[in-house]
Design a protein around this ligand. Structure first.
Ligand SMILES: Cc1ncc(COP(=O)(O)O)c(C=O)c1O
Length: 392
């Protein structure tokens, strides 16, 4: 697959060699259960402590504020349900949650679950660039709001929200504030204390770590209701024997991300800008979606008018390029993107959309080849389209 170009880093990333090297001993020699009292248990406990410190350092938190989970999805579920249920158990009038209409399903679905539990949920609108308006949050807030959850960066269009300002607005109304930072953590510098969030979700496989592991930052002193019950691991908050190799790998991935963040931002956003520029120059009737400036370094998202995005992905794949229409998780559900719908996109704008997301492994030469292939396949697909004459 050496010639194959991978432009789907927002879906997942290759595990770094240094990460694999640190994980291996915890599958072979150090296979003890961290709950065991003997030396095997002590060694895996020590490894988890180091990983917790590394994750905490990446976001300016203290190690005790990090709870390991099975990934971003579980971190979001724990934040949403754990916080809403806990707050309501203490203050029954706090029966409402506010979120945005462009969240990942890992937030939207727990919100629906909360609705089933009697909570009211407000899904805030966004601008045509995918930004939550601070005035909308101010207007939506009232004393009955237990929790506000707004994602740091969107997984489809890459738009970064003004989290610090939104968290402040939420707090002024007495609500807790959570942010799903799965697409942002490790790619843009984040300091949770500076941001003022109460909880923040992260995932390992978006930053060259293994799949199936993530974490929730929980501000010291904040109590949540556990959603997984059992042996009381992770300070009674997340039961289940710890995924030691995964946690070790995630910790190493965070250490690497912290070290290379400046280099990552410069290199990946440079490539991304070159891609955007070349696409707009070479491919007529194409448009960049999302914000040009408030955007994570690795995301580009386009509409190619007169083309079906899924046909485009198949054609690109046949020609050696891996791309996506948006959320890898909802593609199989075959439903139009709720994110693009919320941004007010027409059916045609949604259908013709394509996400190209980059990583450190990509090169300028790959971008040139991708745009070359893209120009050809877009043209071919337009030839077959009923709107052929419109986009000839
Ligand atoms: C914004 C966002 N939140 C949550 C998730 C889920 O994370 P995980 O795959 O670790 O469960 C994803 C994954 O794509 C995501 O992009």
């Amino acid at each position: 697959m050496t010639d194959y170009i991978y432009l789907d880093s927002a879906a997942s990333t290759p595990v770094a060699d240094e990460v694999i090297a640190e994980m291996l001993p915890y599958m072979k020699q150090q296979y003890g259960n961290p709950s065991s009292l003997h030396r095997f248990g002590r060694e895996t406990t020590r490894a988890i402590q180091l990983a917790r410190k590394r994750v905490a350092e990446m976001i300016g938190a203290s190690p005790r504020e990090i709870t390991f989970t099975s990934g971003g999805t579980e971190a979001d579920n724990l934040a949403l349900k754990g916080a809403a249920m806990h707050v309501r158990s203490r203050a029954p009038e706090k029966n409402r949650v506010i979120t945005s209409s462009i969240e990942h399903d890992a937030v939207i679905e727990p919100c629906k679950d909360l609705e089933g539990m009697g909570f009211a949920v407000t899904y805030m609108p966004v601008t045509s660039e995918g930004l939550v308006r601070q005035s909308d949050l101010k207007n939506a807030l009232s004393k009955d709001v237990a929790l506000v959850s707004i994602m740091y960066a969107n997984n489809e269009i890459g738009t970064i929200q003004p989290i610090k300002e939104l968290a402040e607005i939420g707090h002024q109304a007495g609500a807790l504030f959570h942010s799903d930072a799965v697409q942002a953590a490790g790619k843009v510098p984040i300091n949770v204390k500076d941001l003022g969030v109460d909880m923040m979700s992260m995932s390992s496989h978006k930053i060259n770590g293994p799949k199936g592991v993530g974490a929730l930052y929980i501000r010291a002193g904040l109590e949540l209701t556990p959603i997984i019950h059992g042996g009381g691991q992770e300070s009674e908050l997340r039961s289940g024997t710890e995924n030691v190799p995964g946690i070790v790998g995630f910790g190493k991935a965070c250490e690497l991300a912290s070290k290379r963040i400046g280099q990552y931002q410069a290199y990946v956003s440079g490539l991304r800008d070159y891609l955007i520029e070349t696409v707009s120059k070479e491919i007529p009737h194409s448009r960049l979606n999302g914000s040009r400036t408030d955007r994570i370094p690795n995301n580009s998202h386009f509409t190619f008018f007169g083309v079906n995005g899924e046909d485009l992905i198949i054609k690109l794949d046949e020609n050696g390029v891996a791309a996506s229409t948006g959320s890898a998780c909802s593609v199989k559900k075959q439903k139009p993107s709720h994110v693009l719908k919320a941004m007010g996109f027409s059916y045609e704008e949604i259908t013709g959309s394509l996400r190209l997301s980059l990583g450190m492994q990509n090169t300028k030469e790959e971008i040139d080849r991708t745009v070359g292939v893209l120009s050809i396949v877009v043209k071919e697909l337009r030839e077959l389209s009923p709107f052929k004459s419109k986009y000839a």
